[in-house]
Design a protein around this ligand. Sequence first.
Ligand SMILES: C[S@@+](CC[C@H](N)C(=O)[O-])C[C@H]1O[C@@H](n2cnc3c(N)ncnc32)[C@H](O)[C@@H]1O
Length: 342
Amino acid sequence: MAIRGDEPQSVEYGKLLSSKEFRALIGAHSEMTTTATYAEFAAREAQSESPTYERLSLAVSRDAEVLQRLDVLPPSKRQPNLLFGVVRFLGGPVEHPTEFHDYAMANWPAIEAELRMRTTQTNEAGRCAPLIPVLAALPQPLALLEVGASAGLCLYPDRFAYRYGNHLVGNGEPVIECTATGMTPPDGLPEVVWRAGLDLNPLDVTDSADVAWLDALIWPEHAHRRARLRAAVAVAAADPPLLVRGDLVDDLPALAAQAPDGATLVVFHTSVLFYVSAPRRETFVELVRGLPGHWIANESPGMLRYENLPRPPGEALHNILALDGTPLAWTRPHGQAITWFA
Ligand SMILES: C[S@@+](CC[C@H](N)C(=O)[O-])C[C@H]1O[C@@H](n2cnc3c(N)ncnc32)[C@H](O)[C@@H]1O
């Protein structure tokens, strides 16, 4: 069974491993799925984004003792992002593979307990940047309902500021940088009068352990994302969102019914649907299409069915931004770029 990681970062091929070396490694261990998963993560996801995780993931792919311990866990609990996040959360080292190995061996019961309990729930305020042009163009004011909200940081798009090239929108913090192509940024921010989130496991921005977990999920080199997390958490903690524990199909109608009259209901989701099975995604689409208001999706290709998509801009992984089922733009996974369709 394939192991899914949170937020694949890149589909570029490795500096560390040539694709020939990568295929040789996968082929040599084709019966060892966890080995292949870590080698693939090193070569295709961490490469170009995090030399630390690239090095570490390659080392784990060859570390029989760590692999043996991972292999007794359910597949979803073996993924690199989860293991590395848990070790960082526990205060363990990820910079040097040998130190990581020694730490993992000495602390495996604690690591395993966290792996079994936690899931990757990266909450990236930067993903608001591609939402802003769509939100600002809808009839105002808005009632925002995010499914798969994690800690709800993307529920505050109206409180942050955005720099699309030279064009600054808003005056809050954090200031989110986004390279915009083929798009005129809006003049102002949307007006939000109600915000609510639904998540299988909502995280609490006022709980230091939950915030520490969100921090641990950010890759080591991404200092700008760590600063953005702190700033976005401060915004949300000052006015905590309504977050409901529940499923995006089973519990959406009841929460949507709480949206106030006189505001445009906007159901949205970013980087959520890869956690959801294909049949449940279909049910969700049917359900959300039946609700009043609008639906914004920002998800990786293959999660929703679109016809006649243009080619993505380059090799790096992109998500697709869509309004009411119509695809509008390619976006980078953390909201760092948006390329509007011509
Ligand atoms: C990668 S996080 C993304 C969080 C946020 N949307 C963002 O972009 O920053 C995915 C979230 O979806 C939630 N999730 C997964 N399946 C879900 C479901 N069936 N119903 C509700 N939430 C779900 C997870 O618990 C997790 O918090």
